[in-house]
Every structure is written in structure tokens, then in C-alpha cells.
Design a protein around this ligand. Structure first.
Ligand SMILES: Nc1ncnc2c1ncn2[C@@H]1O[C@H](COP(=O)(O)OP(=O)(O)OP(=O)(O)O)[C@@H](O)[C@H]1O
Ligand SMILES: O=C(O)c1ccc[n+]([C@@H]2O[C@H](COP(=O)([O-])O)[C@@H](O)[C@H]2O)c1
Length: 224
């Protein structure tokens, strides 16, 4: 039987049900480790797949959830395709049995990563979450709401991205949390040691971006 403090009971159970739907009926097991790749996916592309597979194999993750963001608070809504179209682009691309396409943030009603992570920690207390992101976002993360909390809430794996990895190494967040950086050779420990902890992973890299795909589609006149 599930036991939550009375004040949390309704919200948590409602959220759990809603998330169960968002996760296709399969909730993560207690003790499992789940990677979270939050993104606009406008549209999804093979570099998302590339870093996700690296995460799955290198970080000993049980599964990875792609969290298609309702709206990145730092990006203009003008160029953002509807959520359903972005989810479709991910579903078409991704068929790996341990990678799930989700709209969790819509279900949770949050667009800020720190809020999402706090809610996930309450709903799934027995699950360890690892935040996955490209090096471009290590440069940006110090502009995110409650960014220092994010480093406390989850371990973070940053994937090298051409053009971003070098500047990211001296980014504000990298410097602030420099003492918590795990050497890359120890990446397997990332999900096992207490937070804050982060590492920069230099696996196979791709120059692909959603911006590039959107630009090509504009030039060729294709709308989707
Ligand atoms: N080529 C890439 N290499 C490494 N990480 C990437 C790459 N493309 C995207 N990512 C990461 O995947 C996550 C989701 O990215 P997002 O959906 O914004 O794609 P994007 O290609 O960066 O989009 P856009 O060009 O519209 O900004 C982010 O953490 C981003 O850093
Ligand atoms: O929490 C924030 O303030 C915040 C600001 C910018 C981006 N994010 C998150 O960063 C993730 C990557 O976004 P994007 O658009 O680069 O794919 C996605 O999950 C966003 O919700 C979060």
C-alpha cells in the first residue's frame, strides 16, 4: 500500500496516475536509475539518439525518458512547433525499448527543470534520476531557474557537442561546481555517488541540431 503524508496524498496519487499514463502504464521500479533528456525536440534528431544511447551504456541506466518540453522558458514560442508534432517527431525516430518518449512536464504542469525534478523526486522517492544534456546547456544552465538546486537534485551527465565543449568547460556552472566534477574515466560512478556530481563525456559526437533541420525544411519549402 502506498503511504504518503495526507497533505501530499491527493496530488501525489493524481500525479502518479497521470504519469503512469504518460509512461505507457509502466512506472519505474524502486532502486532503478533513470536518465532524463529534457528538450524541445523541435524536431527530434539522430544526435538526441546518439547521446541517449551513450548514456544508457556508459552510465548503467535502466532506462531514459525523453521529456518533450511544453515550452523552453528561454526560447521563443514563435518557432516552436506544437507539442504533439514534436512528440511525433520523437516517436518516429525512437524505437529503443528502454527509451521512452514522454510529456511528463505537461502532466506535471511545469516548464522549469528544477520544479520538474522536485516533483519527480516526490512521486518516485526510490528512483535515482540522472539529468542528461549537451554541452551547450552547461553553458546556459546558470540562466535556468534555481539552477544550483538542479545540481543538488540529480547527477548530471554533459555530452560533448562540437563547438560547445571547450567554452562549456569554463562556463559559470562548471566553475561553480568544479569541485564536484567527476573525471570522465570514472563516469560509471556518476549515478552511484551523492549529488552534487557531474561529468563531461566525450563520446562520438554529432553536429546536427534542430535549428539546422528547421532551416533546411524552410529552404526546401517542407513544413514537416
Ligand atoms: N548534436 C548534439 N550533441 C550533443 N547534445 C545535443 C545535440 N543536439 C541536441 N543535444 C542536446 O539534447 C537536448 C535537447 O536538445 P534540443 O531539443 O534543444 O535540440 P537542439 O538541436 O539543441 O535544438 P535547437 O537547435 O532548436 O536549439 C539538449 O540537452 C541538447 O544539448
Ligand atoms: O528551468 C529552466 O529555467 C530552463 C531553462 C531553459 C531550458 N530548460 C530545460 O532544458 C532542457 C533543454 O532545452 P532545449 O530547448 O535546449 O532542448 C529542457 O528540458 C528545458 O525545459 C530549463
Amino acid at each position: 500500500m502506498l503511504r504518503f503524508p495526507p497533505s501530499l496524498q491527493f496530488d501525489k496519487l493524481t500525479c502518479r496516475r497521470s504519469l503512469a499514463r504518460a509512461l505507457g502504464g509502466r512506472l519505474p521500479h524502486k532502486g532503478s536509475t533513470v536518465g532524463l533528456l529534457g528538450g524541445s525536440f523541435n524536431p527530434a534528431h539522430s544526435a538526441h539518439d546518439l547521446i541517449t544511447r551513450q548514456a544508457l551504456t556508459r552510465l548503467d541506466l535502466d532506462e531514459v525518458w525523453w521529456m518533450v518540453s511544453p515550452q523552453n522558458p528561454l526560447k521563443s514560442p514563435a518557432e516552436m512547433a506544437p507539442l504533439a508534432a514534436r512528440v511525433d517527431s520523437a516517436l518516429v525516430l525512437q524505437q529503443h525499448p528502454r527509451i521512452r518518449i514522454t510529456t511528463i512536464e505537461s502532466q506535471l504542469g511545469s516548464v522549469y527543470t528544477a520544479d520538474t525534478l522536485r516533483k519527480l523526486a516526490k512521486i518516485f522517492p526510490g528512483v535515482r534520476f540522472v539529468w542528461l544534456m549537451g554541452a551547450d546547456n552547461l553553458l546556459q544552465i546558470s540562466h535556468w531557474r534555481d539552477w544550483k538546486d538542479i545540481f543538488q537534485l540529480v547527477s548530471i551527465a554533459v555530452f560533448a557537442r562540437p563547438g560547445y565543449s571547450l567554452p562549456a568547460a569554463s562556463a559559470k556552472a562548471a566553475q561553480y561546481f568544479a569541485h564536484t566534477q567527476l573525471p570522465e574515466r570514472k563516469f560509471r560512478q556518476l549515478s552511484k555517488v551523492p549529488t552534487p556530481v557531474w561529468t563531461l563525456i566525450h563520446g562520438r559526437q554529432s553536429r546536427l541540431s534542430s535549428t539546422q533541420i528547421r532551416q533546411k525544411a524552410k529552404v526546401s519549402g517542407k513544413t514537416c
